[in-house]
Design a protein around this ligand. Structure first.
Ligand code: NAD
Length: 252
């Protein structure tokens, strides 16, 4: 029987790459995004190459939209093997300038959104013997640049949410996090979106692994954490950052 996979924020970036990977593996892939153009374009492209892919425009922070999306997945598949909580946003403002509304928006998408998707996906994940949840956190859950409080707090929350869920949902469902470092997503933005980010030699060189990350670095980890190969791994946080968080830096 084929795998059923659900991905949030699958229209662009890392989510787009995740949707492509599982589609090419023959899974039924169900993804949401708040950007209907990006989502429909991606659904169309992957269907043209034979993918079994369904896009729904939905916002992870809206309970009704998430509930309806999971009803659709249930109607199409009757089960779910993997939920990938990937949708995320960032606002950079000083803590004095950040409004309560902005703080709530970031937490609402990055953290509450993951909660809502889990809440409505768990009954479906229980219908297989290999149910797994993968939360996309960030190395910013562990360390920070200035003026990123809401984002960092949401990612720290995702890491704690991950270990709490692993304890509650085991042994039926495994729950892990991946913490990406700097991932260049420009080749995975919809074609009509932003200017490509110009990566410099120093950007690559500052990584112990010798380069800035790419979405497929995260995809390969997701593939592993979703597979039976990792059946003793739950509650883990896999840091995928080319070594940046273990690199000690002193001022020049
Ligand atoms: P991206 O902005 O390229 O893509 C995110 C996608 O999510 C977009 O298509 C966007 O429309 C969608 N989205 C935003 N809000 C949504 C909502 N409320 N509901 C549904 N969809 C929504 O971002 P990305 O770089 O691919 O990031 C994906 C995940 O990886 C995020 O959780 C991000 O925090 C995390 N991450 C990224 C990096 C990086 O360097 N790119 C590093 C660490 C962590």
């Amino acid at each position: 029987q084929h795998q059923a996979v659900a991905v949030t924020g699958g229209g662009q970036g890392i989510g787009r790459a995740l949707v492509q990977y599982f589609s090419r593996k023959g899974a039924g892939v169900h993804f949401i995004d708040t950007d209907p153009e990006a989502g429909r374009e991606w659904e169309e492209k992957l269907r043209a190459e034979g993918g079994r892919v369904w896009f729904t425009r939905a916002d992870v922070s809206k309970e009704e939209e998430v509930r309806r999306w999971m009803e659709e997945v249930d109607a199409r598949e009757g089960k779910l093997d993997l939920l990938c909580n990937n949708a995320g946003i960032m606002i950079r403002k000083t803590v004095e300038e950040l409004s309560l509304e902005e703080w709530n928006r970031v937490l609402g998408v990055n953290l509450t959104g993951a909660f809502l998707c889990v809440k409505y996906a768990v009954p479906l994940l229980r219908k297989t013997d290999q149910g797994a949840i993968l939360n996309i956190a960030s190395t910013r859950g562990l360390m920070s640049e200035p003026d990123t409080e809401s984002y960092s707090a949401s990612k720290g929350g995702i890491l704690a949410f991950t270990h709490a869920l692993a304890v509650s949902l085991g042994p039926d469902i495994r729950v892990n996090a991946v913490s990406p470092g700097w991932i260049d997503v420009t080749p995975w933005q919809k074609t009509y979106a932003r200017e490509p980010e110009e990566l410099r030699e120093v950007d690559h060189r500052q990584h112990p692994a010798g380069r800035v990350g790419r979405p497929d670095d995260i995809v390969r980890a997701a593939a592993f954490l979703a597979s039976k190969e990792s059946d003793f791994i739950t509650g883990a946080n896999l840091i995928i950052d080319g070594g940046m968080t273990v690199k000690m830096i002193y001022e020049e």
